[in-house]
Design a protein around this ligand. Structure first.
Ligand code: GLU
Length: 456
């Protein structure tokens, strides 16, 4: 069966490079295996979820080159969640609890003070009919907890050790002892559903076979395996990747502005530099830029992902971006260059690409060969002498050598003293692409004017 993976962001903020990494790993998994990829908006938190964040997430993923085969929103599926919740209630796996947040807090404090783990005591399971009636009469609406199968039977609170195990795609054998966890709340007092339930129902209904997500979800997986089983659903395969940390070792948070994909895009970085970085960081492969998803998919093996935290470095991303630009062909960028007004410029691209850090840097070089610049005149007399021996048009790759030999003969200058003032005058800058190729593109007319100090 072809695998199906998914990325399930909560649209409560912009996604950053760490979230994008989860999306990319799932996408590459499906791409490599000829499977499908689902984008699911986990938007049941009505207060914090915003349509504009969902739109931004779609825009960011599309920019990265991720193509989803299906898009679902949890907010469209409430009836289905209700149906499944009713089934779990009927079977006694979901039970009503009336404690207020305050009461629970006090309970936890008492347990801690007595040196006990702060696990929910399942008091609600032993409420009498009268007690329930009193809570209801007081206007309390229950929240609903999922009864973890960690006791000897339905009416027993006698604990049995229940270790949930799975063969993690990334981490190998994993065990979560659900005996050490509180029964999780799956329905809030206001009737809204929690992700732990809705995610499982969706993964089942949409046929998700492989779930790759951050290792902050490991405990959650132990719980969700039990929810799958309680619903009679097949349990998918899980892989938990380590989380990316910022250069200072701290977790990347959604609020980390500069690493939001939107900002990365605005800085002019290439999507495939971001994708290559995110896909290869923390793997056994070298972090090299790839031109497209297919190249990365060929390389992708879930087992290559390390369990140690990956450290994200903005500097490294920028370096990778430059490296990617340096190996792109004209055809890869022609359309975007046309957007800058740069057309029919294959020779130009081949000359300047090696000097670009971001694509936008190219505009200044286009001015040098096709627009006009203010020359940087360091020694007018020297440049005058150089202008006098400037070869006839047309210029080609040999002109620079012929000319600089002639200038050397005429002035006696050599090395840096010979080449540097010429570069400054002709390009306005102290460094850049090879002059031999640049001069051929600048041509005689502009070169002559610039040597004479004119803006040209
Ligand atoms: N909405 C969840 C999150 O953003 C999804 C986790 C998962 O992949 O299951 O953490």
């Amino acid at each position: 069966m072809a695998p199906k993976t998914r990325f399930a962001p909560s649209p409560t903020g912009l996604i950053h490079i760490g979230n994008a990494r989860t999306a990319i790993l799932n996408y590459l998994y499906a791409l490599k295996a000829g499977g499908t990829f689902l984008l699911r908006m986990d938007d049941t938190d009505q207060e914090r979820s915003k349509p504009e964040f969902a739109d931004a997430i779609e825009r960011d993923l599309a920019w990265l080159g991720i193509k989803w085969d299906q898009l679902e929103r949890q907010s469209d599926r409430i009836t289905r969640y209700q149906e499944m919740a009713d089934k779990l209630k009927a079977e006694g796996r979901l039970y009503p609890c009336y404690e207020t947040a305050d009461e629970l807090d006090r309970k936890r404090k008492r347990q801690l003070a007595r040196g006990l783990p702060p696990i929910y005591d399942r008091k609600a399971l032993s409420l009498s009919k009268d007690e329930v009636a009193k809570f209801e009469a007081d206007g309390r609406t229950p929240h609903w907890r999922f009864r973890l199968a960690n006791t000897a039977g339905e009416n027993s609170l006698e604990p049995v050790s229940t270790h949930i195990t799975w063969d993690d795609l990334i981490r190998g054998d994993q065990t979560v002892d659900v005996g050490s966890l509180s029964d999780p709340v799956l329905i809030r007092g206001d009737g809204t559903f929690l992700y732990t339930l809705t995610s499982v129902i969706d993964d089942w209904d949409f046929g998700v076979t492989h779930i790759i997500r951050g290792d902050d979800h490991i405990t959650n997986t132990g719980v969700q395996v039990q929810v799958f089983e309680a619903l009679g659903a097949p349990v998918p395969a899980f892989g938990h990747h380590s989380l990316l940390t910022a250069a200072d070792g701290k977790a990347l948070s959604k609020r980390l502005g500069s690493l939001a994909l939107e900002n990365v895009r605005e800085q002019g970085l290439e999507a495939m530099a971001v994708v290559s970085h995110a896909a290869l960081i923390g793997t056994s492969d070298a972090i090299e830029p790839h031109k497209n998803m297919d190249g990365l998919a060929d390389l992708f093996e879930v087992s290559k992902i390390s369990t140690a935290p990956g450290r994200f470095s903005e500097e490294e991303l920028k370096g990778l971006n430059a490296k990617l630009l340096h190996k792109l062909d004209y055809a890869d960028v022609a359309e975007r260059l046309a957007g800058f007004g740069i057309q029919d410029a294959e020779a130009f691209w081949n000359v300047v690409r090696g000097n670009l850090e971001i694509l936008g840097d190219i505009k200044q070089w286009w001015e040098v060969v096709d627009g006009s610049i203010v020359p940087n005149i360091s020694d007018a007399a020297f440049l005058k002498a150089a202008a006098e021996v400037l070869p006839d048009a047309p210029f080609d790759d040999t002109t620079w050598k012929t000319w600089t030999n002639a200038v050397k003969e005429a002035t006696g200058a050599k090395g840096k003293a010979l080449f540097h003032p010429l570069r400054l005058a002709l390009t306005g800058q102290g460094s850049g692409p090879e002059m031999k190729q640049l001069l051929a593109l600048i041509g005689r007319e502009k070169a002559l004017k610039r040597l004479q100090g004119e803006t040209a």
